[in-house]
Design a protein around this ligand. Structure first.
Ligand code: ATR
Length: 265
């Protein structure tokens, strides 16, 4: 039985075990996927379990996506570029870290049939997921990416990795084609970024990386003002699909039955 694990903290609300266990069954793979709330000092031995083949695959979520890197033998180019690992496996006898968040974001946009070539974007936040979003936006042909964060200091690392990104003052929303909320504000129902978006021309795309709750205040306000909105559900589904593919060389199916199944307890 191939054991899989998602590590992070908090981990309670993750849908990763549900989706992967569903796909194992559908694809007749003798495997199990569990979640584990890890403290940072337990990461090293958990990764060693991959080498010892006690664990087959690991997904990594906040706040461990950077932390795991020091314990891995090898990184994919994307994991290196984003400094962020969400999928771990054993490859050629070594522990290998990969990043499927970039492709997850890209595919979620492709699904919308919206062309972002030569468009401009504003990313809100400077946390662990932001480098993946920046690379995805660049891959999608976005011409200009601005970023703003409550704490300006935290943007420095992102600026040095991506010098073409332009920092704007928190609250300075301008008039972009796509706005991406990559902050953690919205995870709790009543969370509100308290930003005034009323001046932004209608018909823009507002994207929230958060998928639970499905309609954050950020998206609700944008919807009320006539913008197109999308939450992080598809990004979650596609990053999971790509992780599954890395582990098992099968691209599992994403369909309405699966999406309904994930919504029901
Ligand atoms: P990660 O673990 O993904 O790296 P993080 O570093 O905690 O997450 O980042 C969360 C993001 O949400 C940060 O950009 C954070 O802004 P700060 O760098 O200023 O802390 C942002 N964030 C969290 N609470 C916020 C709030 N109340 N208002 C605005 N931004 C907030």
């Amino acid at each position: 039985m191939k054991k899989h694990l998602i590590i992070g903290n908090p981990i309670n609300h993750t849908l990763s075990p549900k989706i992967h266990n569903y796909w194992f069954k559908k694809n007749n793979i003798n495997a199990i996927y569990e979640k584990k709330n890890l403290s940072l000092d337990e990461i090293k031995e958990t990764i060693q379990n991959i080498k010892d083949e006690k664990i087959f695959g690991i997904n990594v979520t906040v706040p461990c996506k950077q932390e795991v890197i020091q314990y891995l033998d090898h990184l994919s180019p994307l994991a290196k570029k984003t400094n962020s690992v969400n999928t771990i496996l054993k490859k050629g006898g070594k522990t290998h870290g990969d990043n499927t968040d970039v492709i997850g974001f890209e595919l979620s946009i492709s699904d919308l049939k919206i062309n972002l070539e030569n468009k401009t974007a504003l990313v809100l936040g400077a946390g662990g997921v932001v480098p993946s979003i920046i690379i995805a936006l660049q891959n999608l042909g976005v011409r200009k990416i601005d970023i703003m964060n409550r704490t300006s200091e935290k943007i420095k690392g992102i600026k040095s990795a991506f010098p073409s990104i332009n920092e704007v003052k928190w609250g300075d929303l301008g008039n972009h084609d796509i706005y991406v909320n990559a902050t953690s504000v919205g995870l709790k129902e009543k969370d509100d970024l308290n930003l005034d978006i009323s001046h932004i021309e209608k018909g823009k795309l507002f994207y929230d990386v958060i998928y639970n709750p499905p309609l954050t205040k950020f998206l609700q306000k944008a919807k009320n003002l006539g913008h197109k909105i999308v939450n992080g559900e598809k990004m979650f589904l596609y990053q999971a699909q790509k992780a599954f593919e890395l582990w098992h060389n099968i691209s599992p199916k994403i369909d309405d039955i699966l999406i309904d199944y994930l919504k029901n307890d």
